[in-house]
Design a binder for this molecule. Structure first.
Ligand code: CA
Length: 236
C-alpha cells in the first residue's frame, strides 16, 4: 500500500481543524489533529509527520515559539512547517519565516492553495537532483555551463543575478525573506543592506524578460520563485 503523507495539523479551532482534516483525507493525506503545543509535542514524540501545519495563534505557546523549538531539535529539524496566519499580519509572516517556517498560508485560504503548498514542501523535501541543470516553467539554468535560457533563447545575467536565480530555482514555491536571501546567496557579507536584494531582483527580472513573472514579490515577506501552474514543476 502507498504511504499516505502524514500531516500534523496544530490548530486550536475545531471547526477549522476539521475542515482541513476532511480536505486532506479526501486528497490522499493522513491528517492528525493537535489542539495545542503539548498535544502536538506528544504526537511528534510518537511518530514524525511528513509536514506540520501550524497555526500562529494558539493557546499557551504560539506557533512561532513551537516552530523555533522544533527547528532547534535535531529530531524535528527537517520536517517542513507551514504556518497559518491571519490576513494582513505581515510582520508575523516575516517572523514566522525567520523562526524556520518553510512557507505560510493566510486565512482564509482555499483548499487548492493549501494542497498546493503542502505538495510543494513535500517536493522540496525529496532528495536534490545530482544534475546541475534545473528546468522550471521553460526556464533552463545550467550551473556547470553557467548558462540560462528561456524557451531556447539564451539570456544574459550578471554573476549575482545568476546566483540569485540558481537559488530561487533550487528552492521554488517558497517565500524567501530578504535576510534569508542575503544569507544564502551573498553569504556572510554583513555590510550589505537588505535593499540590495531588491536591486538585484530588479536586475534579474529585467534579464529574464517574459520569464520575469516567475519571480514574485510577496508583500511584506520577500520573494518567491513560482513556475506557472501545470508547467514543468519537478516530480515528487
Ligand atoms: Ca488559532
Amino acid at each position: 500500500m502507498r504511504h499516505l503523507p502524514k500531516v500534523l495539523v496544530v490548530e486550536d479551532e475545531p471547526a477549522i481543524a476539521e475542515l482541513i482534516a476532511v480536505n486532506l483525507r479526501h486528497n490522499g493525506f493522513a491528517p492528525v489533529w493537535a489542539e495545542d503545543g503539548p498535544s502536538a509535542q506528544r504526537e511528534l514524540d510518537a511518530v514524525l509527520p511528513d509536514v506540520i501545519l501550524l497555526d500562529w495563534m494558539l493557546p499557551g505557546q504560539s506557533g512561532l515559539q513551537l516552530a523555533r523549538r522544533w527547528r532547534a531539535d535535531a529530531r524535528t529539524r527537517a520536517i517542513p512547517i507551514l504556518m497559518l496566519t491571519a490576513r494582513g499580519d505581515e510582520p508575523d509572516k516575516v517572523a514566522g519565516l525567520d523562526a524556520g517556517a518553510d512557507d505560510y498560508i493566510t486565512k482564509p485560504f482555499s483548499t487548492q492553495e493549501l494542497l498546493a503548498r503542502i505538495r510543494a514542501v513535500l517536493r522540496r523535501r525529496a532528495p536534490e537532483q545530482a544534475a546541475e541543470a534545473v528546468e522550471l516553467g521553460g526556464l533552463l539554468l545550467d550551473a556547470a555551463a553557467h548558462r540560462v535560457a528561456y524557451q531556447g533563447t539564451e539570456l544574459r545575467l550578471g554573476p549575482t543575478e545568476f546566483k540569485l536565480l540558481r537559488y530561487f530555482m533550487k528552492h521554488p514555491e517558497r517565500v524567501h525573506s530578504r535576510a534569508q536571501l542575503l544569507d544564502k546567496v551573498w553569504g556572510d557579507h554583513v555590510f550589505i543592506e537588505e535593499r540590495t536584494v531588491d536591486v538585484h531582483v530588479k536586475r534579474l527580472r529585467e534579464a529574464l524578460g517574459p520569464a520575469s513573472t516567475m519571480v514574485e514579490t510577496v508583500r511584506g515577506a520577500g520573494y518567491r520563485f513560482s513556475a506557472p501552474a501545470g508547467g514543468a514543476a519537478p516530480a515528487a
